[in-house]
Design a binder for this molecule. Structure first.
Ligand code: NAI
Length: 278
């Protein structure tokens, strides 16, 4: 059911790669709620072509931009405000990539050039996006900027390797730029810390299936899906959350407040029984 929560609002959505992407679901919901927006992704990622289907469905234009390039971002914001006919009300940063994870590097054996790439793509890009938006005075008063993050910023998930540091930096950027943008334009900046989700970026992490199931069993409401995340993000873009800023918002079915759950205990007992019987 749609509520017209984003009626008349203009946005930029980063990171829709394919139908599984969280940004893809956000775009569909934003459209449903009355927003107009442009879609953007790295030129390389667009070669897959899936984003054209989304653009058609949402009646949105696509502007390629490598989020690590300030020049690309300048062009993106300039074009977006022209195409949409005014300043931007919401921005979704849904970008993450670690060459070390892609190449299966262990945490004790990271390639440091790749580590810097991880930080640049997954964290500093968020600063660059806001820097360009500020310099071009492209954000509307009371606009909303959201980036997606993961609890590995606070706790250890060994296979998440250098992305853990990237997420910690991302969340810190949200707080610090959040202060600045609030003072400048009453713009709010938050991160949403999402459950493990079956997407290209998610399933690329070693042992993903195991920590997806573990999180699901640990969370009293179960893992939040990409659709759930889209709903939460839309609420953050809407006028109903105007005084929420500089927060890392847990969207995880309760996972982050748990110590242990009965489901996890039962799983361990079952495994022990199976081992004893074999
Ligand atoms: P995804 O793989 O669909 O999206 C990642 C996007 O980042 C892709 O569209 C990719 O093209 C884009 N990207 C990579 N390098 C880029 C660059 N240089 N410039 C512009 N875009 C670039 O996967 P997903 O899961 O939808 O990821 C979205 C966000 O959600 C990421 O920040 C991810 O870390 C975060 N997240 C994902 C979770 C999961 O389990 N899937 C859990 C918590 C957070």
């Amino acid at each position: 059911m749609a509520y017209n929560l984003l009626k008349g609002k203009r946005g930029i959505i980063f990171g829709a790669l394919d139908e599984k992407s969280i940004a893809w679901k956000v775009a569909l919901k934003a459209k449903e709620e009355g927003a107009e927006f442009v879609l953007t992704n790295a030129p390389l990622a667009m070669r897959m072509g899936a984003i054209n289907k989304l653009a058609e469905e949402c009646n949105a234009q696509i502007i390629p931009a490598d989020a690590t390039s300030v020049e690309d971002l300048e062009n993106l914001f300039k074009q977006a405000t022209e195409i949409l006919g005014g300043k931007i009300d919401f921005v979704l940063h849904s970008i993450g990539m670690s060459p070390n994870i892609r190449k299966g590097k262990d945490y004790g054996d990271l390639n440091y050039e790749w580590f810097q790439k991880t930080l640049d793509i997954s964290a500093l890009s968020f600063h660059k996006v806001m820097h360009v938006a500020e310099k071009q005075d492209a954000m509307s008063e009371w606009g909303s900027i959201v980036a997606l993050t993961y609890i590995a910023a606070q706790r250890v998930f060994p296979d998440y390797t250098d992305m853990s540091q990237a997420k910690a930096v991302l969340e810190s950027i949200a707080r610090n730029y959040g202060y600045r943008f609030a003072k400048l334009k009453n713009v709010r900046v938050n991160t949403i810390s999402q459950s493990p989700t079956m997407t290209t970026a998610g399933t690329g992490v070693g042992g993903f299936d195991a920590f997806f199931d573990y999180a699901d069993k640990m969370s009293p409401l179960g893992n939040a899906t990409a659709e759930d995340c889209a709903n939460y993000t839309i609420m953050m873009f809407s006028d109903l959350t105007r005084k929420v800023t500089m927060q890392n918002l847990m969207h995880d079915g309760g996972f982050s407040s748990m110590g242990i759950s009965e489901d996890v205990v039962n799983m361990i007992y079952q495994n022990q029984k199976q081992e004893a019987n074999s």
